[in-house]
Design a binder for this molecule. Structure first.
Ligand SMILES: [Mn+2]
Length: 345
């Protein structure tokens, strides 16, 4: 990451204050963290009279729609919204990861003359932004957005607390991942004091699945393979298969959470074929192996123990075998390492 553009919260707040017409965005298929951060900060800034608007490259997923109100989120349409991007004074991306995750908006954002800032907790190489408010130790973008709101002197009302709570819950795996800290619990307590009802949120996030999606989850789980001495769990699935069973891209990614629930598994690998020569990978590590390093080699990023990347222009099965081979080397028993060491003469 280019550290010369890294800034602290005060400079990020200065950036927000010095622009009037600001466009917020987040990564494709937004999650609760990206969307929650956008919503909380937009609601506060709008209340101070700023012209802020959210324009995302893909629509709000059904399970997060309860967070949004009419007119708050616009989904980018080619030929219709380029002007919004070109006319903004400033563009702020939340929770983005790589610029490629802007999807169809990447081109228009690149060519826009707007000042560009990023608020993020992912590790990614990023040339798109003038200013990076990035803290890879933060549990979530919501946590960083909370800091920004504090620096702006915002009062934490329910309409800010609820989206932030959803971001926090999703990115800590409901306060289970190792990103969970005393701070994340303190923030959750603050959000509850502001009126957030965890039971209501849990019902909205986890108890609204169409039957097809639950069945598809079962199909996907039943196709998980264990290899490399049962240390690697992997799933190869195609978008066609998901669609055939009433699903979409995100259904495959939900399986990723199940890899590490298997005893003895150290690494999980999802390969989702989304075109004849386009494959999306999602890697998870149980904490021993740095999978981010591998994602990075393929132009992706994320976190040490949860990372992803997309490979274009190569047959899916070929890339899958190559990636599995790389992962296999990570989990190989130490004896193999010793064998490669020089022997005493
Ligand atoms: Mn996040």
């Amino acid at each position: 990451m280019s550290t010369d553009r890294l800034v602290g919260v005060d400079q990020f707040v200065g950036f927000l204050k010095s622009h009037e017409k600001i466009l917020f965005t987040t990564h494709m298929t937004p999650d609760g963290d990206g969307l929650g951060s956008e919503l909380a900060l937009m609601r506060h800034l709008r209340s101070t009279g700023k012209d802020v608007r959210i324009l995302n490259c893909s629509g709000v997923p059904a399970d997060l729609r309860f967070l949004t109100r009419t007119g708050e989120v616009t989904t980018f349409q080619k030929g219709k919204h380029e002007e919004l991007i070109a006319e903004a004074d400033a563009i702020v991306a939340f929770d983005l990861g790589g610029a490629g995750r802007l999807g169809r908006m990447e081109g228009p954002v690149r060519s826009s003359g707007a000042a560009k800032a990023l608020l993020d907790h992912h590790i990614f190489d990023n040339d798109l932004f003038d200013l990076l408010y990035v803290d890879t130790h933060a549990s979530s973008s919501a946590e960083l957005t909370h800091r920004v709101l504090l620096a702006l002197g915002a009062r934490l009302t329910l309409d800010l607390a609820e989206p932030l709570y959803v971001g926090l819950v999703q990115d800590t795996g409901s306060f289970n991942y190792n990103s969970t800290s005393p701070l994340t619990h303190r923030l959750a307590a603050e959000y509850m004091e502001a009126g957030v009802n965890p039971y209501r949120i849990w019902k909205k996030l986890h108890c609204q699945k169409p039957f097809d999606r639950v069945r598809l989850m079962g199909l996907n789980i039943s196709r998980i393979q264990l290899t490399h001495g049962a240390k690697i769990a992997s799933l190869q699935v195609s978008l066609d298969f998901l669609k055939e069973h009433g699903g979409e891209v995100r259904d495959a990614f939900e399986v990723v959470n199940h890899f590490l629930s298997i005893r003895g598994v150290e690494i999980g690998c999802l390969a989702l074929q989304i075109g004849s020569e386009r494959t999306k990978f999602s890697l998870r590590s149980a904490g021993r192996h740095d999978v981010h390093a591998i994602a990075r080699e393929y132009g992706g990023g994320g976190h040490r123990f949860a990372a992803g990347f997309t490979v274009d222009g190569r047959a899916s099965s070929e890339v899958y075998e190559e990636v599995m081979e790389r992962l296999g080397r990570l989990v190989a028993p130490d004896e193999d390492v010793e064998e490669t060491q020089p022997t005493r003469s």
